[in-house]
Design a protein. Structure first.
Length: 145
């Protein structure tokens, strides 16, 4: 088994629409993300590298200094009100830590699919997102590419 692990830190704003507490207001976090990709054996490129650490970090860093929203948060999706380049649209009902982790998972899976398509290699991707010092969500799934 081979593994690649990267860490990244990124700063975002979000709000939880419909939440009964203070998280319904716009607020920010310094998130910490860890992505581990494993496979029995990674394919290698012409430089004998499997996956570029920076490319994986960039999936998380793309969110840096942006507002995380879902399609329910209409004001932030209005280009007349907010710069579209400063907004990241997540799947789901709210920009929860769970949906941030799934966004990263999908981005890393897409990265692998673009670099090594159609090789029928099973990768396990684990994404750990720390929203605050005490609040962490982890998703770990396998994808065959």
């Amino acid at each position: 088994m081979e593994k690649i692990t990267v860490h990244a830190r990124f700063h975002t704003g979000h709000r939880q629409l419909g939440y009964p507490g203070k998280c319904k207001y716009v607020h920010g976090h310094t998130w910490q993300g860890t992505v581990t990709v494993s496979a029995d054996e990674f394919p290698r490129d012409e430089l004998d590298m499997s996956l570029d650490f920076g490319d994986i970090k960039d999936v998380m860093r793309f969110m840096d200094h942006k507002m995380l929203v879902t399609e329910q948060d209409k004001p932030f999706l209005d280009p007349a009100l907010f710069e579209p380049g400063g907004v990241v649209l997540l799947k789901g009902k709210g920009p929860s830590v769970e949906n941030v982790a799934l966004y990263v998972f999908d981005g890393v899976a897409d990265l692998i699919k673009a670099k090594y398509p159609g090789r029928a290699i099973c990768y396990t991707i684990a994404v750990r997102i720390q929203e605050t010092e005490n609040n962490i969500f982890v998703v770990e799934k396998s994808v065959t590419v």
